[in-house]
Design a protein around this ligand. Structure first.
Ligand code: SF4
Length: 482
């Protein structure tokens, strides 16, 4: 029996079969605390975290940074100078994964000359059997592999890796837990991520998330409101509420009567100036949530993934709404919040989709008046039902559809910005414009990137008034109104 076989016996390996199960409603809440044995684990050592994918991963990286600093590590500015490097990965599309293998190639060289450096892979990719098997079989220099359900175990896993000198693999394919009281090293001091729930039970046929992130589980409102109140006290201007299916909040708590709309109402009372949220599912955008979009602190922008405009395709995607139901909710939202900007996600070339069915997505995009969209060509995910559906349309043909849709979407972006010409809008200043010519930039309530002439960096983190003088497809330009 080889050493690797020996090591594998000690590993917790992912199982898509287990990850599919939804049988245990009792979700454990874990309160993070530093165990004495690990409290000096990272003293004199540095860490670096690469983050890929969604805002949920960005927030998870802030938690892992907090946990590492709670046992003595400090942040490195250069990954190649760091004692531990973590790659917090995404599994939503093939190209997200390809990038990881590329970065690992770079780190391999460094590891050769710095064998004490620890390299760890975490996030959604290790939750996939295929990816973890590849890491075990072909990436011997990777020391640590863990998933999305056990970030709180990071000190223990690092300790094991140092002691054993072998690869430590701990990936739980269960329904997940809720981690509370974990320290966070937030990237910004004026806008913050706030997880309100984790996981997803929708099982859209193309999506790996329900397998990598577990069942839908909502944090207690008391814990969320305590976090928001603390952020308000610390001067934060904007929060973004996170959940893979954010507006399903509360359905799994007690009798499920306190839902997303109620939570928005209570958060509005904390005095936070700006509230955003991502990612909602159209089916869970009920009347209570629509009414809550009128609250003063809730920003008039909704990212509302539709994926397709054709009923047959929506059905085989298992999206659980029809074109008409989606457009009805868009209509209701615009009736209640006339100034609202709606953006979306669209998949082009779903297996079996015809050109005529694709055209329904183009016409829906016009009818809904999208002011932007993330558009993707379908990417098969191993283990999802769609991955084994017949897919006769060539990738070249799908690219032609994609370009055709992009014309409509780009026009929506432009129109969505042009409607603010001459208006005075509020901008939360994020920093210097990438163009770097004495311009600052930030986002309006409608989530429009806006640039304006100023080199007064003290404005960063503050909300200023800007008069819009020009509108391009991807951004607006204006003058600071003193
Ligand atoms: S609702 Fe979103 S996260 Fe959930 S399965 Fe569907 S696409 Fe994936």
């Amino acid at each position: 029996m080889s050493k690797l076989d020996d090591d594998i016996k000690k590993m917790f390996l992912p199982s898509l079969k287990d990850a599919r199960l939804r049988k245990n409603r009792n979700v454990e809440t874990i309160f993070y605390k530093v165990e004495d044995i690990y409290k000096n684990l990272g003293v004199g050592k540095t860490y670096y975290i690469y983050t890929y994918g969604c805002q949920g991963n960005e927030a998870d990286s802030e938690v892992m940074a907090g946990i590492l600093e709670s046992v003595g590590y400090t942040k490195a500015s250069d990954p190649l100078e760091s004692d531990i490097v973590l790659l917090n990965t995404c599994a939503v599309r093939e190209n997200a994964e390809q990038r990881i293998w590329g970065v690992l190639g770079q780190l391999k060289g460094r590891k050769r000359t710095h064998p004490d450096m620890l390299i760890g892979i975490c996030g959604c990719m290790p939750q996939e059997e295929r990816a973890t098997n590849k890491l075990i079989e072909s990436y011997g220099f990777v020391d640590l592999v863990f998933g999305t359900h056990n970030r709180f175990n990071l000190p223990k896993l690092i300790h094991q890796a140092y002691l054993s000198g072998s690869k430590v693999v701990e990936v739980f394919s269960n329904e997940g837990n809720i981690l509370e009281n974990a320290p966070m090293v937030r990237e910004s001091n004026f806008k913050a991520w706030v997880h309100i729930m984790y996981g997803c039970d929708e099982f859209c046929t193309y999506c790996i998330v329900p397998y990598t992130r577990g069942r839908e589980r909502s944090r207690r409102k008391e814990d969320i409101l305590a976090e928001v109140n603390d952020l308000v006290k610390r001067g934060y201007k904007e929060i973004t509420l996170l959940g893979q299916n954010v507006n399903a909040y509360g359905k799994d708590i007690d009798d499920g009567s306190y839902t997303f709309g109620d939570l928005l109402t209570d958060i509005d009372k904390t005095g936070i100036l700006r509230v955003r949220f991502t990612s909602p599912h159209p089916r869970d955008m009920d009347e209570k949530a629509i009414q809550a979009m009128k609250l003063k602190s809730v920003m008039p922008h909704l990212h509302f993934p539709v994926q397709s405009g054709n009923d047959r395709v929506l059905k085989i995607m298992n999206r659980k709404y029809t074109r008409e139901e989606y457009l009805y909710k868009v209509k209701r939202l615009k009736e209640e919040v006339p100034n609202i900007s709606i953006t979306t996600d669209i998949i082009v070339g779903f297996p079996g989709e015809t050109y005529e069915e694709f055209k329904d997505t183009v016409t829906l995009s016009v009818e809904a008046g999208f002011e932007g969209a993330f558009t993707f060509i379908y990417s098969p995910r191993e283990g999802t039902p769609a991955a084994s559906m017949p897919d006769p349309i060539s990738i070249e043909e799908k690219h032609k559809w994609f370009d055709e849709l992009k014309e409509t979407i780009d026009l929506g972006y432009l129109k969505g910005n042009q409607r603010f010409l001459g208006e005075i809008v509020e901008v939360l200043v994020e920093g210097e414009s990438k163009s770097g010519d004495g311009m600052l930039c930030g986002y309006t309530p409608n989530n429009k990137l806006t640039h304006f002439k100023s080199d007064d960096l003290s404005l960063v983190g503050n909300i200023v008034k800007v008069k819009i003088t020009d509108a391009k497809s991807w951004f607006m330009i204006g003058d600071l109104v003193e």
